[in-house]
Design a binder for this molecule. Structure first.
Ligand code: ATP
Length: 556
């Protein structure tokens, strides 16, 4: 049986290794040696800082506030001292380790915490709801802390906060599973794209090897990673490269994957979060207009008086947990469907042309449920006209799709090209902020932004304080309050959870931030609630955009 201290020991080793190959090898050896299926499942998820697969509706519902309380109760140390320690260490995990160190000196016997036991307690915490649930959660967490050694406390805390700081992204987990069970990475990757659960992939690989992974199929109500697009360099190049081009509008909305089977509709967002409960209007329209036993891909947009409303409104609908019915009236939604992944069985390997025929036959259109129009053409002038029409209608531009191509889950490839009018923006992680002055002193009115380094670490690139309406700031303050890790005067440090899309006038080289770059005149465009932190832009992209602008300024 795997103990949590064995797991924490591995984490401690992996955290210190900087080479990707070495990290992969270390993890591979560790997971190969795990005998029990449940232990393997849990360990693989925990290594990624996940307690449940990303698409699961289950969640611990534990924020920073509860952790403070649990630590206080478990260690008997007052909140002020704990806050100071966190500030000093700059990390909740290290602070928890220190606190437990102070405490264990008085403990003679400690029951060994196993990974299975931890899973049981997590499940119990996640199923608590209603009155008194917060108190019970704090109690369970404080019991957990009292079972932990200092090093276990470090990783337990990080696991609860979903930030392991091990520098292991999806690529490392994929390769480690491949290495552990002798399977090519591409096969492990495909299995992950259609199950979205590395825990399950590892267990299948252990039990049935390559064959078991190859025979995994898309299943209704389990989300599939979405196919993504590349930027079209030019129209000429797109028409030259792709023989049969399907041209569709790039709707300015939010991506959805809709599963309809067994009398049930489940809707997943671009991040594969289950957003079904927030979209009862779409659910009932799908049931009315769509043939059962399908998985559809499309875009939800908010429309008022025939025009798309800003994307932000769609996200407000997606986030809504209470008062959903009022929102249904305030922000009416439409869904434009453009692909089908499952039609009485997996159809992703059929060419887009054939999938489209199936899509059309599965849907009886209504006012709120539409199949996205598609024109088949390679004529640059026709595409240009269509582009102008899309922009005039308030959308982002066009998608140019290869009609011969398969649907490759999770792939950003040349078979889908996007053509947009606006200048390239950056999607950056919000890591900190500042309370406003005067009238805005109860609002967080500036936000500190970071891009990703190659290990998934965060490098700051600037602050954004413009582009917000008062209403935006009110909503964002509410959204960010539970993510406050600590404060120093007006300055706040957040648990990195949200991504902002920002425009800017220029990228400059600057020693001010650890990224080595700074944004000149950054402006908030929107909250990218549909993107996870791991999907934010990388330092590589920042550097590339810097180079491009430099070249164009140099006049060459
Ligand atoms: P962006 O910020 O440009 O939306 P992204 O990284 O979210 O980029 P991309 O894969 O680059 O996503 O662009 C494709 C996105 O465009 C899809 O995720 C989808 O949300 C949206 N979209 C709108 N209309 C279409 C369409 N007709 N076909 C495919 N995707 C579409």
């Amino acid at each position: 049986m795997l103990t949590f201290s064995e797991f924490a020991e591995l984490c401690q080793i992996v955290e210190k290794i900087s080479s990707t190959l070495e990290k992969t090898a270390r993890i591979a050896v560790f997971i190969r040696e795990i005998e029990d299926e449940d232990d393997l499942y849990n360990a693989v998820l925990f290594l990624q800082g996940r307690i449940y697969p990303e698409w699961s509706e289950r969640d611990l519902g534990v924020g920073v506030g509860l952790i403070y309380e649990a630590m206080r109760i478990a260690t008997g140390i007052d909140r002020k001292t704990i806050e100071n320690l966190i500030r000093e260490k700059g990390d909740f995990g290290l602070a928890a380790e220190e606190l437990v160190k102070k405490k264990t000196q008085t403990l003679l016997f400690r029951e060994e915490l196993t990974v299975k036991k931890l899973r049981e307690i997590f499940d119990e915490i996640s199923s608590l709801e209603g009155g008194g649930s917060q108190k019970k959660k704090i109690l369970l967490l404080s019991e957990l802390y009292s079972l932990c050694s200092p090093i276990e406390a470090r990783y337990l805390t990080r696991l609860i906060l979903r930030e392991m700081r091990l520098g292991i992204g999806e690529g490392i987990i994929r390769d480690a599973i491949g290495k552990a069970f002798g399977i090519e990475s591409e096969i492990v990757e495909r299995a992950y794209m259609i199950t979205n659960d590395f825990g399950k992939v590892a267990v299948e690989a252990k039990n049935g090897g390559k064959q078991a992974l190859l025979s995994l199929r898309i299943t209704p109500h389990i989300p599939v990673k979405m196919m993504l697009a590349q930027v079209a360099e030019s129209l000429e190049e797109a028409t030259r490269e792709i023989k049969e081009l399907g041209v569709e509008w790039k709707f300015d909305g939010s991506r959805v994957q809709i599963h309809y089977a067994d009398g049930r509709v489940t809707i997943y967002s671009r991040r594969l979060e289950n957003v079904t409960n927030a979209l009862p209007d779409i659910v009932s329209e799908i049931k009315r207009c769509v043939r059962e036993n399908v998985i559809l891909d499309g875009e939800v947009i908010a429309v008022k008086d025939g025009r798309p409303m800003p994307f932000q409104h769609v996200l407000r609908r997606f986030r809504r947990k209470h008062g959903v019915s009022r929102m249904v009236e305030e922000i009416p939604l439409k869904v434009y469907l453009y692909d089908i992944l499952y039609d009485d069985g997996e159809v992703i390997d059929l060419p887009l042309k054939e999938r489209r025929t199936r899509l059309i036959s599965a849907i009886g259109e209504s006012d709120a449920v539409k199949v996205a129009e598609q024109i088949v053409t390679s004529d640059v002038d026709v595409i240009q006209q269509e582009f102008d029409r899309a922009i005039q209608a308030g959308h982002e531009g066009l998608m140019l799709k290869n009609l011969e191509s398969r649907y490759i889950p999770g792939k950003r490839g040349k078979n889908w090209l996007k053509l947009k009018a606006t200048m390239e923006t950056l999607d950056l992680v919000v890591v900190g902020g500042e309370w406003g002055e005067g009238k805005r002193s109860n609002l967080i009115s500036s936000f500190e932004l970071a891009c990703l380094d190659e290990y998934g670490g965060l490098l700051r690139v600037g602050k954004v304080a413009t582009g917000f309406t008062d209403e935006d700031l009110e909503e964002l303050t509410e959204l960010f309050k539970p993510e406050i890790e600590y404060q120093e005067g007006k300055r706040i440090v957040f648990n990195p959870k949200y991504v902002f899309e920002v425009a800017y006038q220029e990228i400059q080289k600057s020693p001010k931030y650890e990224s080595g770059y700074a944004l000149r005149f950054p402006r908030f465009v929107r909250l990218r609630d549909d993107k996870s932190v791991e999907e934010a832009d990388t330092i590589e992209r920042v550097a590339r955009l810097y180079e491009v602008q430099f070249r164009s300024k140099g006049g060459s």
